[in-house]
Design a protein around this ligand. Structure first.
Ligand code: SAM
Length: 323
């Protein structure tokens, strides 16, 4: 999965931008327009005030793709002392971002902020689901990890051996043939993203389940999906490098990783609930106006339970500044 998505020459995300959006392979909350960024900006402002209005502070966005969300957030934030950082490991995407938004610092890893820690608001929309995962399958008595092999001129799954015991320890064992995914990279990803934080918040927006639901006996083929031209499919081996590959987020694993590094989960709710609360002042200001149809449609897409409102969850983690 790392190679198929992130190989600097052949990976899916290394291709010229255009994967995200109505004309691309999939659309995200960001693709609905600037309202999403404006509402997040209101939330970030609230945190900044609560944190005592620090004179120097940062927003650190992971996986900003084409930079639209950064632009939308910056377009409606007018607070002093802010430095906006984008973490983008792929050099092509980083270059395109620097060209589009020269006021934003684009870094390949948040490790580079270690020398100058600041109060920070770290965020990412649909980044966790794009982090590589392992595919595992039950043989009835234990979990095997699957790898990928060349069979003739096509790729095929093959069992590599028992899955790492510590990784599968929290999972219930299911009958032979039950296939699912598991990530072991949340701890390292969160730690890296936290490198430059002197206290603050992390906000992750994504689709997923709690562990009991994710690994439920009825979910026999897991959540691995591929996306191409807005069509979901399930075989990542057909055209690797040309399609997006994703799997849902195990939000229990995310919370465990955050808590193990001293974070506190202070919010875990549906995107619809989160954004509706943030939109309240704006919604009240609309009374009597007739020129806001486009934004109201975006609001509906973002919050309606039948659209993105119930599928996406918002997890916010608080970190105290080390004393
Ligand atoms: C599905 S896209 C996110 C789209 C975008 N945030 C939006 O909402 O439209 C996933 C992004 O995560 C980035 N990414 C993957 N691994 C990352 C990492 N370790 N650190 C930061 N970004 C990463 C990818 O390069 C890609 O741009």
């Amino acid at each position: 999965m790392s190679a198929a998505l992130y190989d600097p020459a052949a990976g899916y995300y290394a291709r010229p931008a255009g994967q995200v959006g109505r004309g691309g392979d999939f659309f995200t909350s960001v693709s609905t327009g600037p309202l999403f960024g404006r509402l997040l900006a209101a939330h970030i402002s609230g945190w900044w005030r609560e944190a005592g209005s620090p004179a120097r502070w940062r927003i650190v966005e992971a996986g900003a793709n084409d930079g639209s969300l950064a632009e939308d957030i910056l377009g409606s934030l007018d607070l002093p002392g802010l430095e906006y950082i984008i973490i983008e490991p792929l050099p092509q995407l980083a270059e395109a971002l620097r060209a589009r938004a020269p006021q934003i610092r684009v870094l390949p890893s948040a490790d580079l902020l270690a020398d100058d820690p600041l109060p920070s608001f770290v965020l990412g929309n649909e980044v966790l689901d794009a982090l590589p995962f392992r595919v595992i399958e039950s043989d009835g008595s234990g979990w095997l990890e699957l790898g990928v092999d060349l069979a003739g001129d096509a790729f095929a799954w093959k069992a590599l051996g028992p899955a790492p015991a510590d990784l599968v320890a929290p999972l219930p064992l299911h009958p032979a043939g039950y296939r699912t995914e598991i990530r072991d990279n949340f701890p390292s990803f969160l730690r890296t993203m936290a490198t430059g934080m002197r206290g603050g918040r992390m906000l992750w927006l994504d689709y997923g389940f709690d562990r009991a639901d994710y690994y439920h006996e009825s979910r026999t083929t897991g959540t691995l999906r591929t996306f191409s031209r807005h069509r979901a499919a399930e075989d990542p081996l057909l055209t690797p490098g040309e399609i997006d590959i994703t799997a849902h987020v195990d939000f229990t694993a995310l919370a465990e990783a955050a808590e193990a590094m001293g974070g506190r989960v202070i919010r875990d709710e549906r995107q619809g609930v989160f954004l509706t609360e943030l939109a309240r002042p704006w919604l009240l200001s609309l009374e009597g106006r007739t020129d806001v149809g486009k934004e109201l449609r975006a609001f509906q897409t973002l919050t309606h339970p039948g659209q993105l409102g119930a599928k996406f969850r918002v997890v916010e983690i608080a970190f105290e500044a080390a004393r």
